[in-house]
Design a protein around this ligand. Structure first.
Ligand SMILES: Nc1ncnc2c1ncn2[C@@H]1O[C@H](COP(=O)(O)OP(=O)(O)OP(=O)(O)O)[C@@H](O)[C@H]1O
Ligand SMILES: [Mg+2]
Length: 368
C-alpha cells in the first residue's frame, strides 16, 4: 500500500472570497460545510491551484483574485511519505509564480506532477455527458502520470496538425512539405495511441469495477477505447487520403484528436441516455479509480477533493460511496451543505476527521 500525500496546512490570502484563511485539515477527512455561496468550493480550488498550478473551474487567472486585489497567495505544507515540503503559488492577473521549497519548478507540468490530486467537481460530469475532448484529456493526463515525456508528443502532435492544416488550406493537397508534417504527426500520434491504449488496459477495468461497487444492482458500465489508426502505415495512408477533405472542411480529421473513449451502460451509450444520477455515478467511478491508478503509477496516494459529491445520488449509492471512502487511504476533502450526511467510520481517531464551517469566506471550527 502506498503512503498517502498529506496536506498539513493551507494558508490562503486574497483568493476568490477568501481574504485570509488557514486550514489545518483532518488526517483522513476534512468536511467543509456551509450554506450556498460561502466559499467551500473556493477552498478546494485553492488546494488544487496550490498542488497543480491550475484551477479546475477556470483558465482565467484574474477570476481567482479576490475582487479589488492584485494577487492571491497560497501556501501548502505537504507531507509526502515523511518528506515535508512547502509549495507556494502566487497568482497575478496575468501570470503565476510557483515554488517548491522556494525553488522554481522546471515547468508548470513538472510542478503539477509533483503533488498528485484527484478532483471531483460538477465539470467532471462532462466526461460521460459531453463531447470527446474531456475523455481524451482524462486519458492523456493519466498517460502523463505514467510517462511525463509524453508531453513532448502531445505538444509536437498538436503543432504538426496545425501546421499541416494551415498548409493544406493555404496551398492545397499537393504542397510538398505536407509529407514531412504528416511524418511528424504519425510519429507523435502513434505514441499517443499506444500510451492511451496502455492506460486503458489497466484503468478502464478498475473504473468498471468501482462502478459495480457503487451501483451493485444496476446497469453495468463498459468502456472501450478504439483508436482508428491501427498501425503507423494505416495512419500515414489515411492522412494522405484525407488531404482534400481536410482542406475543404478546414479540419484535421485524422489522428488521436478524433478518437473517443466509448462509455456505455447496459450496452447503450451513456451520452444521451444516462440519467443525472447515472452520469454522476460514472464520473465518481472514473475519479475513484483514478485515485487507485495514480497511486500505483506515482507511488503515493493523491489528495482527493470531492465537491458536493453525494447530491443526486440515491440512498443506496450514497451508502456505497461512503463505504468506499471509509476504506480510502488517501486524505479526502469534501464539501457539503449538510455535514450530517457525510458518513465516515465511527472508529476514527482524534484528528482524523475535521469539520469546518465556511461562512462568508471565513472558516469557523465546528466546536465554536
Ligand atoms: N474573485 C472573487 N472575489 C471575491 N469573491 C468571489 C470571487 N469569485 C467568487 N467569489 C465569491 O465566492 C462565493 C462562491 O464561493 P463557492 O463557489 O466556494 O461557494 P460554495 O460555498 O461552494 O457554494 P455552493 O454550496 O453553492 O456550491 C460567491 O459568494 C462569490 O461571489
Ligand atoms: Mg460549491
Amino acid at each position: 500500500m502506498h503512503a498517502a500525500l498529506k496536506l498539513r496546512r493551507l494558508d490562503v490570502l486574497d483568493f476568490r472570497n477568501l481574504a485570509r484563511v488557514t486550514l489545518e485539515p483532518g488526517a483522513r477527512f476534512t468536511v467543509l460545510f456551509g450554506e450556498n455561496g460561502q466559499g467551500k468550493t473556493n477552498i478546494l480550488e485553492a488546494i488544487a491551484v496550490g498542488c497543480s498550478g491550475k484551477s479546475f473551474r477556470t483558465a482565467k487567472l484574474p477570476e481567482l483574485l479576490r475582487t479589488g486585489t492584485a494577487r492571491a497567495i497560497l501556501r501548502l505544507r505537504l507531507d509526502d511519505d515523511g518528506d515535508e515540503r512547502v509549495q507556494d503559488a502566487t497568482i497575478g492577473s496575468g501570470s503565476r509564480q510557483l515554488r517548491v521549497d522556494g525553488k522554481r519548478p522546471a515547468s508548470l507540468a513538472a510542478y503539477a506532477l509533483r503533488s498528485p490530486i484527484v478532483v471531483f467537481h460538477p465539470g467532471v460530469l462532462e466526461i460521460s455527458q459531453g463531447p470527446g475532448q474531456p475523455r481524451r484529456q482524462l486519458l492523456d493526463r493519466l498517460a502523463l502520470h505514467a510517462d511525463a515525456s509524453l508531453e513532448e508528443s502531445l505538444l509536437g502532435h498538436a503543432k504538426a496538425q496545425r501546421s499541416r492544416l494551415k498548409l493544406l488550406m493555404g496551398r492545397g493537397p499537393d504542397a510538398r512539405e505536407l509529407d514531412a508534417y504528416e511524418e511528424i504527426i504519425v510519429r507523435h500520434g502513434s505514441r499517443i495511441f499506444e500510451a492511451r491504449k496502455r492506460i486503458c488496459a489497466e484503468y478502464l477495468p478498475l473504473a468498471e469495477a468501482v462502478h459495480g461497487r457503487l451501483a451493485p444492482n444496476a446497469e453495468p458500465l463498459a468502456m472501450t477505447y478504439a483508436p482508428r489508426e491501427l498501425s503507423p502505415n494505416a495512419f500515414r495512408e489515411h492522412l494522405a487520403e484525407r488531404r482534400t477533405v481536410d482542406a475543404v472542411r478546414g479540419m484535421a480529421t485524422v489522428g488521436p484528436q478524433r478518437d473517443d473513449l466509448e462509455i456505455s451502460l447496459s450496452n447503450r451509450p451513456a451520452r444521451g441516455h444516462g440519467s443525472q444520477g447515472q452520469h454522476r455515478t460514472i464520473a465518481l467511478a472514473l475519479k475513484l479509480a483514478e485515485v487507485e491508478f495514480t497511486a500505483g503509477l506515482r507511488g503515493v496516494r493523491p489528495l482527493v477533493l470531492l465537491d458536493d459529491v453525494s447530491s443526486e445520488l440515491d440512498r443506496a449509492r450514497t451508502a456505497q460511496l461512503f463505504d468506499h471512502l471509509a476504506r480510502e487511504a488517501s486524505q479526502v476533502f469534501l464539501t457539503t451543505t449538510r455535514a450530517e450526511l457525510i458518513a465516515t467510520p465511527d472508529d476514527l481517531l482524534a484528528g482524523e476527521r475535521v469539520d469546518v464551517e465556511v461562512r462568508a469566506g471565513e472558516l469557523v471550527p465546528k466546536h465554536c
